[in-house]
Write a protein of this length. Structure first.
Lengths: 323, 334
């Protein structure tokens, strides 16, 4: 925690709270039938996106997943635009054309949530290659799940990034499940990070529910990448609090599994305990953030609901730059 | 024959009956059982993402095989197993994921028989889900059945009813060539009469869904029903549409289509896919070439526009061909 100042801690907490509240609110709104499409919630995994993206600037690129809301918020994508996008509105980050699975903001270095599992690996290699040519120390992070870790694109990208010494961080978000399938079935090694050895890169596994552990490990990997030291495979073990997507009854989880995780591994609770114990921030300061974030999420939903739909004129635009 | 079951249950029943009949039928795919390696319910936790294979892993625990998210390797493994005596049914969750594993379908499964001088037999069935209406956006709503149709060596089946889904899936499994079996996600809940016993529907036999003398409408998959709505409305205005559902698009029953156009002199093709290099183009070109003299008006195509599927419902409803657009196209041929 040494290098983290008070304002860093407050910023980290705010980001994690924004992600949590955004997702919990979506969970409620989805149940009322107002939210279209497939929605995958990131609640439970906040410390991962936050601990990584705290080290990044807008020039650094992130390739995200189908479970992308947390990555977007942590990378600084506008929350009002995100909410409007999820509601399919014209005011959304992508004008209502992408939806939950495709939120992107290239100005913020967010290369997009992605509907194709594993697709981010090659994209991050490309972003890192571009950063190398620009020569300003930019890095790329690809978030991918335990399920995605078996996709050829991810494994091929690990090879490519290593033979080209690219500034890529392979960020495995191991939440134990790919849809209903447990990681024990899908991955033959105890840790996903064990695979790093096969590509001759550092592989590290940390507790992904502990912001401080993620922050520290990601900091090292990102620093190494910026300095030309090449890629790292960083695995964060975490949990998702909701179903694979909204509507999933989660019968594949043991009775009480999620309840126990919420009690023992809640990244926000762990953060609050450690941060207040450090003496740098007070519980009252965190509560003030809670209130501000709650108001922000209310505003986001109100504005999204009230916003106009895209119209017929929007259907045919944006396919090409010119045609 | 009065039992009504859903399109989804018809597919499930076809799989179950074929697995019962033939021990070489195995099913591979993401969460087709579901729960493997989990802390809770370890089998049949999902039965596929929308529950199409629900219950099968309880009946055939060793032959319903969950796969990692590695479409190239598991779809390819099904192709390889097929070439070595098994009769696999492999599920590609969404046709959009074809991009991940196309080589194994296009350069492997499709090519073996020809490249190997007629010696290979690759009886693999590749089930996949296609189509719009779920607000599932650009990477989970595409139609793409024209893509495998373009490739010699693949057969392509696009059932529009529960009855056709069962009979065509059993035929697909028994067929000795690689078959791409396309299930529209918006049809799973649709109910229809389906016999309990096993039966097959031969490939290359179109279904004349509705007879009429004024115009031929060829519609594929879910669009058969949208065309039906348009035809019902047009009938009130005294226009009699003949609706043809090809049911399989490779092979395709040209005779039935051409005969119908020779009778009506007008053709509207309804295709949920994007317009370029589509089934709509393919069918229109064939009719223009072989039944040109019978045509009394230019052929009309009703398709999605040349854009990716949009997310917003406000846009997706404009994107998917509607009954109103079909009606307008029919009127334009009059
Ligand atoms: C190529 C591809 N295959 C399958 C899917 C369907 N799918 C979406 S998410 C998912 C599970 C992903 O698991 P994991 O990588 O562990 O990420 P998590 O959902 O746990 O965040 C699957 C199979 C997809 N979207 N793309
Ligand atoms: Mg996972």
């Amino acid at each position: 925690m040494s290098e983290l100042k008070k304002e860093d801690l407050l910023k980290a907490y705010r980001t994690m709270r924004e992600i949590r509240d955004f997702e919990e609110r979506l969970h409620k709104e989805f149940a009322t039938g107002k939210i279209p499409g497939f929605v995958h919630l990131y609640a439970g995994e906040e410390a991962v996106a936050t601990g990584v993206c705290m080290h990044l600037n807008d020039e650094d690129r992130v390739a995200s997943t189908h479970r992308g809301h947390g990555h977007c918020i942590a990378k600084g994508v506008d929350i009002l635009g995100m909410m409007a996008e999820i509601y399919g509105k014209k005011t959304g980050s992508c004008g209502g054309k992408g939806g939950s699975m495709h939120i992107a903001d290239l100005d913020k270095g967010m290369l997009g949530a992605n509907g194709i599992v594993g697709a981010g690996g090659p994209l991050a290699c490309g972003a890192a290659l571009a950063a190398k040519f620009k020569g300003k120390g930019g890095v790329a992070v690809v978030f991918f799940g335990d399920g995605a870790s078996n996709q050829g694109t991810i494994l091929e990208s690990m090879n490519l990034a290593n033979i080209w010494n690219l500034p890529v961080i392979f960020l495995a978000e191991n939440n134990g499940y790919a849809e209903s399938t447990g990681v024990k079935y899908n991955v033959p090694t105890p840790n996903i990070a064990d695979r790093a050895a096969g590509f001759n890169m550092p592989g590290v596994t940390v507790n992904g529910n502990d912001f401080f552990a993620v922050y520290e490990a990601a900091g090292e990997a990102i620093k190494r990448a910026r300095e030309g030291g090449g890629p790292t495979l960083l695995e964060c073990k975490t949990n998702r609090f909701y179903g694979h997507f909204e509507g999933d009854a989660m019968t594949y989880k043991a009775p009480g599994e999620v309840k126990q995780q919420r009690e023992e591994c809640d990244s926000l609770k762990i953060f609050a305990a450690k941060a207040t114990a450090s003496g740098l921030v007070t519980a009252a300061e965190l509560e003030a953030i809670d209130k501000e974030v709650a108001a922000l999420i209310d505003e986001a939903v109100e504005k999204a609901v009230a916003a106009p739909n895209p119209t017929e004129a929007d259907l045919l635009t944006d396919v090409y730059v010119s045609y | 024959m009065s039992r009504k079951i859903s399109y989804k249950d018809a597919i499930n029943e076809a799989l179950s009956q074929e697995m019962e009949r033939d021990g070489s039928v195995i099913v591979l795919g993401l969460d087709v059982s579901g729960g493997s390696g989990s802390e809770g319910q370890k089998s049949d936790a999902w039965g596929g993402v929308l529950g199409v294979t629900k219950g099968l892993s309880l009946k055939y625990p060793d032959r319903i095989i969950d796969t990692p998210i590695s479409e190239s390797s598991y779809l390819g493994a099904a192709v390889g197993a097929a070439a070595c005596g098994m009769r696999p049914v492999v599920e590609l969750m969404f046709i959009d994921f074809l991009g991940v594993c196309f080589d194994q379908m296009m350069n492997q499964a499709a090519k073996f028989r020809y490249m190997f001088g007629g010696k290979a037999v690759t009886p693999v069935t590749m089930r996949t889900m296609y189509g719009g209406g779920f607000r599932a956006a650009a990477q989970h709503s595409q139609v793409l059945y024209n893509v495998p149709t373009h490739i010699p060596g693949l057969k392509v089946v696009v059932p529009s009813t529960p009855y056709d889904a069962k009979g065509l899936l059993i035929q697909s499994i028994r067929d000795n060539d690689p078959v791409v079996f396309m299930e529209h996600k918006a049809l799973y809940a649709m109910k229809g009469e389906v016999p309990e016993e096993s039966y097959t529907i031969p490939f290359g036999q179109a279904n004349v869904v509705r007879e009429g003398k004024d115009v031929t409408i060829v519609a594929i998959g879910r669009m058969v029903h949208t065309a039906g709505q348009a035809a019902a409305s047009l009938a009130k205005a005294g226009k009699e549409c003949e609706i043809i559902d090809p049911r399989t698009i490779s092979p395709i029953d040209w005779d039935t289509i051409l005969k119908s156009v020779e009778k009506t002199g007008r053709l509207v093709v309804v295709d949920e896919a994007n317009p370029r290099c589509s089934m709509a183009c393919d069918i229109s070109a064939k009719v223009a070439q072989d039944a040109f003299k019978a045509l009394k008006a230019p052929i009309r195509m009703v398709t999605a526009p040349h854009t990716p599927p949009p997310f917003s419902g406000a846009l997706e409803d404009l994107f998917i061909p509607s009954a109103a657009k079909i009606e307008a196209a029919v009127k334009a041929t009059m």
